[in-house]
Design a protein around this ligand. Structure first.
Ligand code: PXP
Length: 243
């Protein structure tokens, strides 16, 4: 499976102080150097982490495909058509949420999305919709003209993390059925949300129907922890005039 690395939360740490570090652009280049297959980022309407300039620089400097997650609103459409990421992934967005909760309700937005996606179809930018593994949502995704879907793995991940393994397995089956159904309809199938070193292993069973995973929070969390010793050691060298 390909790995899309979502670097949003590098920007979350920067925005906690409204300063210049850590840079999500630098993080994207390091993810590329480490072998990631894609850089994923979410430009939220409230700009709580990624800023417009980050998107522009990442698109300019990163050689890997860039996947822009965005709400299906006019402001984001204008930005996407100007910056031209390789793919847009439409996600539902609520200002008060901590992270993307639940998938896009494509069924109820069917007519709006058909119209919204017209310019993207002409632009050659791939369109993916972030949805639950639900047949009606999958059929509607095909109908509105999406090229791909990304299946929301958040429920699976939460169940696994709470050690409710039987229910996690059932959820995985639901994801598998959805993935095959979408693939049979001619959609490309990706997945993501809440995946960690621990709970991602069982997802690998789905490699014949899911092409790609997008993983963010856990990768950034581990980058902080794995880099802590080096970061402290460097500050100590400076304080002791060693550097
Ligand atoms: N895929 C989509 C569509 C998302 O919105 C997110 C979160 O921004 C992710 C994947 C990554 O989720 P996580 O940060 O939990 O790994």
């Amino acid at each position: 499976m390909r790995l899309g690395v979502n670097i949003d939360h590098v920007a979350t740490v920067r925005e906690a102080r409204k300063t210049y570090e850590p840079s999500p652009v630098f993080a994207a280049l390091l993810a590329q150097r480490a072998g990631a297959d894609q850089i994923t980022l979410h430009l939220r309407e409230d700009r709580r982490h990624i800023q417009d300039r980050d998107l522009e620089l990442i698109k300019e400097l990163v050689i890997l495909p860039v996947n822009l997650e965005m709400a299906p609103v006019e402001e984001m459409k204008r930005i996407a058509l100007r910056v031209r990421p390789d793919r847009i992934t439409l996600v539902p967005e609520k200002r008060e949420e901590i992270t993307t909760e639940g998938g896009l309700d494509v069924v109820s937005m069917r007519e709006y999305l058909k119209d919204f996606l017209k310019e993207f179809k002409e632009s050659g930018i791939e369109v993916s919709l972030f949805i639950e593994a639900d047949r009606k949502q999958i059929e509607a995704s095909k109908e509105v003209g999406a090229d791909a879907i990304e299946i929301h793995t958040g429920r699976y991940a939460n169940l696994w993390n709470e050690h409710r393994f039987a229910e996690a397995k059932e959820e995985l089956e639901r994801i598998r059925e959805g993935a095959y159904y979408a693939k049979d309809l001619g959609l490309r199938v990706y997945a993501g949300h809440g995946l960690t070193y621990q709970n991602v292993r069982d997802i690998l069973e789905l490699e014949d129907c899911i092409e790609e995973l997008n993983i963010g929070h856990s990768v950034v969390a581990n980058a902080v922890i794995l880099g802590m010793e080096q970061a402290v050691a460097k500050m100590l060298r400076i304080l002791r005039r060693g550097e």
